[in-house]
Design a protein around this ligand. Sequence first.
Ligand SMILES: [Mn+2]
Length: 436
Amino acid sequence: MTAKKSSNPKDNENLIFVHTADLHLDSPFHGLSEINPQLSDVMTKATFAAYNNIIDTCIEKNADFLLISGDIYDSADKSLYAQLKFLEGLKRLSAAGIATYITHGNHDPLNGWSASLEWPDNVKVFSGDDVENVFVEKNGKVVATINGISYRTKNILENLAKRFQQKEPGSPFTIGMLHCTVGSGEGHDPYAPCTMQDLKGSDYDYWALGHIHYPQVMTTDPYIVYSGNPQGRDPGELGERGCMLVEVNEKGDTKVDFVPVDSVRWYIEEISVEELETEADLIGALEDKMDKLSEIAEGRYVICRFRLQGRSQLKRLLIKEDFLNDIVQHLRENYNIGPGSVWIERLKDETSFPFERENLLSKDNFISDILSITDEICSDCGDLKELDEPLHSLFGKGKIRHVLRSFDDEELVSIARNAEELLLNKLIPEGEYEDN
Ligand SMILES: [Mn+2]
């Protein structure tokens, strides 16, 4: 880092900034448009709505600047519409005297297509050649320094964290901006992989990271923070989403607050059917959960996947053709598009009959034979492969073979277990569930 006379944030005014990343503007949404065109429209606009809420937050909180740590756009060949919307937000910030600092990530590398748009003067896009260092001045004093680097191309596998120079003693509040994978980064492509120690070693005060979509403050000394993406886009991006509001006082004490900015929220909820006996009980339980979600989401749109779990006689109803579909259709018809309403994305049956398997297995009869055979099949790869053969003659034909590859072991085990359940249901009369 270039040596330059440093100073702390000025006495009576704190340094305030907002950190975001992974806006993924104009992310495509599939599957909803035919079932619910209105909600599909809300989803299509949701990434832009979240971005606008971030701009509003910056203006309301009188922030000094906004940091965007990569993946502004969803694809390298970003749409012109997304770029124009993005520019609108930057202009609003600029008019409020708020600067924006941008690093690009794997979804929007510098070598992708960009329209010839002119950014406002106080927008800084970090280069992809090397780490750049910018000083932030406030009332004639340097109050912060920001270091960052963009992705030149998508596949950056270099540990970019090692390129950042160490903070020199006496430097002002120092920020690093990077789109990277800290640690294992489970479920994410390992772009710009680095360790927590790489980041700590630079002695910075705040690492504004992008790439991992789940918001998290990894450590507070120093602050190593993923803001997460400000709008969840599918059931893999659950719960509240937002940006980080950071305030640093004259002593350098730092406060980081998560500010939700999402307009549509995704949930996956488990419902136990153990205490439920009738279809009315089940619908009641679903409606209760939907009311609770609507409350938690504070007026946002909610999309939820329900997973039914546990052992219950209700299973006899759940396996009836179209039983679950009818419930979903009924609850969806009661859905009124509007903030606070809950849309059921899927209702998944993961329940089982109320048999005590261990108990049945301990006996010496036809049923215990069936259970032992299933156990044998499930524990032996060779037996599982044999199971695949007859299934393949069903699914390996015609057009379906283009979409359905052969089953993996996990799927075969689940097919065998389901078959066992159906057999037991046929073999054990309803009244005798409890006695077995
Ligand atoms: Mn991303």
